[in-house]
Every structure is written in structure tokens, then in C-alpha cells.
Design a protein around this ligand. Sequence first.
Ligand code: PLP
Length: 407
Amino acid sequence: MIRVNENYFKLQASYLFSEIAKRVSDFQAAHADKDIIKLGIGDVTRALPRACIDALHKAVDEMGHDRTFRGYGPEQGYLFLREKIAAADFQARGADVSADEIFISDGTKCDSSNIQEIFDAGIKIAIPDPVYPVYLDASVMAGRTGKFQNGRFEGICYMASNRENNFIPDLPAEPVDLIYLCFPNNPTGATISRELLQSWVDYARENKAVILYDAAYEAFIQDDGVPRSIYEIPNAREVAIEFRSFSKTAGFTGTRCAYTVVPKNCVAFDGEGTRHALHPLWNRRHCTKFNGVSYPVQRAAEAVYSDEGAVQVKELVGYYLKNAALIRQEITGLGLDCIGGQNSPYVWIDGKMDSWDFFDLLLNRAGVVCTPGSGFGKCGHGYIRISAFNSFENVRRAMARIRETLT
Ligand code: PLP
């Protein structure tokens, strides 16, 4: 008898965004004339940088001639892109990462989930709360959790991020094997200092754990003191895998290109305690189940590292950061406590009321859609997330309406 993967029944339906969509469509049905401004879902709104579009066109034309046509590319990605990444994103910042440690993929969402396949089924996973829900759901689907009770899955070590710890989780009090960290953080927008990141690397080394470091929002970091990569931290190579994405850096959410770094000396252990490099395992997994990102898209990603591309990407990120600064300024002006928005497109706001009540208030009275913090985990209760991904004009209008509603 064919059986389903019953772990899927444990999942807490993708309640958050479907519930938001339902409330917004109910509101729209009842108030057809009302204009709604969406500052909820974290998708970019501005066009791809010109340099990327030009590279994309050129590569598409190459595909139209037998002489320049490309079929299957290397599963790990073309060297022209991997070399640029290694040089610009790591070596130029003093982080020791080489091109052959980089795996190009179609997204950090998939990579940060699929990476679990190379670890034993019995490992203990530590996940921040609040969290980008993908890490948790991937753990549930893989059968690495127990039941869902009182808002939490058995078997997961939840790491609270709250006002008390400046939204940086404390080191786990119990032994854990695989640790998800995300900085700049989604949903809180928090960043981590070099010293604290060092303490995580030290923890992982002492406890023979591995850190999965999601740096999808790295491009938003403005402060020189904030590490852009975990590999800026001494010895991190032994214990950390890093994920980066062109989605938010260069507006690739619909174009799809990302990469994962698995250093050659990053290891895990077998039942006898023997060390095994993770690089060959991920290489095997990647080559077996993934057939590479399309050639034109990799050329478009490569253009991010050209002189014009770098300027255009900076401008793109700067545009959203200006929105984020306005959100912060308005929210602070209303006397509400918030973090994020400085090195991140997200502002995390303590609404001093139930998250969904605050969501309804902003939707019904201001016509603004935010994301209720409780949808990201227990520790998100009482918070909302406002995203800077919209036009400056829409953000300005939304914030004026919020000000009017709350004063
Ligand atoms: N990681 C984090 C923390 C995110 O917030 C997102 C998207 O919102 C992703 C990864 C997804 O990245 P990608 O578009 O490369 O799949």
C-alpha cells in the first residue's frame, strides 16, 4: 500500500500569507473604491538593473546561434560567475572562499531546505523564533520534528530573538547539531556583530555542530562593522555553510539565481565519530538532483559584478533603504519601538497589541497591508513587520495613513 509522507500533516498550513490574502480580498470586496498599499510580502518591486538586462539579452542571442549555443552547463554553475563571486563577495573582504566551493542554484529557499538531506535523520536542529518559515517547514517535511503542540514542534530547539537579547538568539542551552542563523534577519531586520557571530562559530566548533548561515539580505548592510559573511569570522570555514541570493540584491526574485558556499574543510561526523567533508556530499546531491541555472540567467548575475552593475545594484538597494529609513522614522515618531530598516529592508515593530489586531487596524483604517509578526513564530506575538519593497511614493502615502490612524 502506497503511503503518504505523514509529516506533511504536521505542517501548520501556510496560514500566514494565505490568511493575509484572504483578509485583504475580503476588505477589497467590501470596499471596492479603497486603494490598498501592500507592505507585506517581501518581494521586490523595481526592475532588474540595466547591466543585467543587457547581459540577459546578449546571452539569449547567443542561444540563437549554433556556434554560441549552450546546452547543459556545469551543475555547480559556470566558472565565469563562480570566480566573480569568490573574488568580489569574499576574497575582496578578506574571507577565504574559492570558486570551487561555490554552488550556483536557483534560490536560497531551495538550498536552505535541501541542504538538510546531507545530514543524519536524527540530528537536533536549532531554529530562531521568529523565523523565515522555510527552515522550520523543511525540518517538518523531512521528519525531523515531533508533533505540533502549544505553538511549537517537538524536537526542535527554538532560539528566542526578542527585545531582551536585541533580537540575536542566545547560544542554545541544550546540545544541538544544525543551527539556522539569518543575518540581516528576516523578519526582524536585526544584524549580528562580529563578536557575537564569533561566539556562534566557537559554539559550533566546541559542540561539533554546523551553522547554516542565510545571508540573503547581505547587500543591505551599510555599517562597516557588521560582518557580511560568516567567513569573515576566523575558523568559520570548518563549521559554516553560507547561502546568498541575487533575489533581494539585484531584484532576481522572478529571474532566480542564488548560491551556496560549502567550504572544503567544513565537516560533519559519522556514527563512529569519523570526520567527513560536506563539500563532496553537497556536490553529489546537487549534481544528482539539480541541472544548473540557465546560461542567460548566470550571465545576468555575472553582470552584477561589472562596474555598471555594481553601481546599479547599489542604487537599487539604496532605493529600498530610503523607504526603510522613512518607515523607521515614522514609526519611531509615533512612539512605537522598532528595529531593523537600517541594514535591512524590514522594520520589526512592537505594536503593543495582538499582531493580527494591529494588522486589521492598519488594513481597515489605513488601507495598508503589513505582516503580523505572530506568523513568524511565538516570539513574534505583538509585533508586525513592514517591508520597504514598494515605490517611495507608496511608502510615503502608507506611512502618512498609518500616522493618521494611530494619532
Ligand atoms: N532567505 C530568506 C531569509 C528570505 O527572506 C528569502 C525570501 O524572502 C529567501 C531566503 C529566498 O531567497 P530566494 O529567492 O533566493 O529563494
